[in-house]
Design a protein around this ligand. Sequence first.
Ligand code: TXA
Ligand code: MG
Length: 325
Amino acid sequence: MLAVEYLRAGELVAFPTETVYGLGGDARRDDVVRKIYAAKGRPGNNPVIVHVAEADDAKEYAEHWNGVAERLAKHFWPGPLTMILPRGQKLSAAVSAGRHTVAVRCPKHPVAEALLRAFGGPIAAPSANRSGFTSPTAASHVMAELAGRVPLILDGGPCRIGLESTVIDISSGDVPTVLRPGAVTLEMLREAIGDVQLSIRTVDNNEAAASPGMQDRHYAPRTPACRFNKSQWPAALAWAQQHQPVGLISCDDAVLLAAPHETVRMPEDEFEYARALYGALRELDEKGLKAILVLMPEKNEGVWVAVADRLRRATVELPAAEARR
Ligand code: TXA
Ligand code: MG
């Protein structure tokens, strides 16, 4: 497999997973992990996820592996769940960005699984986008973000889930804490391991965060993007007329814009919405619009928690002066 030769030579390879595309390299080599940070333009204080072929490999890279980790692995691996564990000594320290912990995930995607098995080692892989911007859910998105910065992109078609994995911190004795919600929902986690708390507090971009990917501006398109609730639709409409043309992302037939604006009508199902979201943001981002408006979905359980989290980070609130009009 050509990709394995690249990885063995210390090169980077972009590859598909069920969540988003990753920018992978040998997680045991400092020089390779530094290359990943450089290609993304990622700040050195934001640690990266280490991907493994199976749970037994994760045990090797963690300092401790307890009953909670065991249960999570049994229920959700391979799959869209990342565990924060105490860091063992076999990985490049660079994957942890100075922390005592390491993030580990066993992905469920035929290409990712084949790559991990053939390589036979841990692959460090953040999402394959420039730092701060929208994660890629298709190989063409990786090309748009990283052409010239990664020598090989494996095309596995569109990602089935389309949002980054759920990140859960089980590294301390405290209640397991979800730092980034995802397709493995709080409800699913609580059923598997009991008490779980959600901590998606956002912080200023310069402040150290529990998980630096939790910074406020993240997962964002390049076009200025504003969010609004359905009750703010009249204000959003007025705002759109002043800033035309705008793009609108809506999951409600009562909230649509006609030409010269562009509307993307989103699916009503939570999984389908999640799958379509980054592609929709990217599509509108490429149209040279003045702004993107996003109607916030009203539901607040299951995968909607993750959808709302990403939308909040990708947008700012509709300017208050407008929203009050
Ligand atoms: O679905 C995914 O997780 C994708 C695919 C490629 O697997 N990867 C991904 O990686 O989204 P990345 O680097 O874009 O996001 C990793 C998140 C960031 O929010 C990072 O701050 C957090 O996990 N993270 C990584 N290591 C951590 C650690 N030791 N402690 C706390 N947070 C950590
Ligand atoms: Mg990312």
